[in-house]
Design a protein around this ligand. Structure first.
Ligand code: SF4
Length: 285
């Protein structure tokens, strides 16, 4: 290994403000009421979920299990049926929906009022996309270029995207749709923390010998950041924690860039950076 290993950490790697605020809210409510319920994991990150479980944040599958404490609706949004069901059962709801996700819900409703066919660019089955889709009577979800190409021609359509989509993917899909749709209105709802994260990776990846993206393999957002990094640097690796890092990746490396998905906590990123520092010292002696 060369004498120096320069480590560049993306300035805004890790939790976005939506996730950070939701976690904070969960902790506060659990402290105040002794516990708080949540329908599903708050983020796709095992460490965060396990740490919160120790602080009495209880993950349940349905509102039936919510008995003696408030339920927190997560950052990426909740379908209207669950809001209505909780209302009927008189359950206290703590709304931790990210304001930028609320904005996507508002935008798709406006496009619906304009009488447009509705298209959502996003991952099939992802909770955020399911909740966006549920705001309107009908919408088509497309996740890829191939799915955009398969759409029929349309007179008038409106498009929004999942907040964490890859900007290039969205742009390419919009290019295809604009050839098929006479009156197309696209509201760019990729959120600014996602754009900022992707932008920082685009700056760091080409000037680093190795790129490390920290996050859970179950996190679509982290996988997407890894794809962005890979497109610019073939030596890009996704790791869940410091133990996933292999020494052989750094044989000839003089620099490494680090970023992380919006669901990765700060301490995990710090551990990875510390591990890279130690690894360098160890390999040099
Ligand atoms: S990724 Fe963007 S929209 Fe989603 S919770 Fe974070 S800030 Fe909000």
């Amino acid at each position: 290994m060369p004498e120096h290993l320069k480590i560049r950490v993306a300035k805004d790697a890790g939790f976005c403000f939506g996730v950070r605020d939701a976690i904070e809210k969960a902790r506060e409510v659990a402290q105040e009421h002794g516990k708080v319920y949540m329908l599903g994991d708050i983020v796709h990150n095992e460490r965060v979920v396990n740490d919160l479980a120790k602080e009495n944040v209880k993950v349940v599958d349905s509102l039936e299990e919510v008995t003696d404490a408030p339920v927190l609706f997560r950052a990426h949004g909740t379908i209207p049926e669950l809001w209505a069901e909780a209302g009927k059962k008189d359950i206290t709801i703590v709304d931790a929906t990210c304001p930028l996700v609320h904005e996507i819900h508002d935008e798709i409703k406006k496009l619906n009022v304009e009488g447009r066919k509705l298209i959502i660019i996003g991952d099939h089955g992802h909770d955020e996309v399911v909740a966006i889709r549920a705001q309107v009577p009908e919408a088509v979800i497309i996740a890829s270029i191939a799915e955009a190409e398969a759409l029929p021609r349309m007179k008038k359509a409106g498009v929004v995207s999942q907040s964490t989509q890859m900007i290039e993917n969205v742009q390419e899909i919009i290019g295809i749709l604009s050839m098929k749709i006479f009156d197309l209105r696209f509201v760019n709802t990729v959120c600014f923390p996602t754009r900022r994260n992707q932008g920082q990776i685009k700056e760091i990846a080409p000037i680093s010998d190795v790129m490390i993206i920290v996050g859970s393999f179950t996190s679509a957002n982290t996988k997407r950041l890894h794809e962005v990094s890979l497109s610019l640097n073939p030596q890009s690796y996704m790791v869940e924690n410091a133990y996933d890092i292999q020494e052989s990746w750094f044989d000839m490396a003089e620099s490494v860039g680090v970023s992380a998905g919006a669901s990765s906590p700060d301490d995990l990123i710090e551990e990875v950076v510390e591990h890279l520092n130690n690894l360098h010292v160890k390999l040099r002696v």
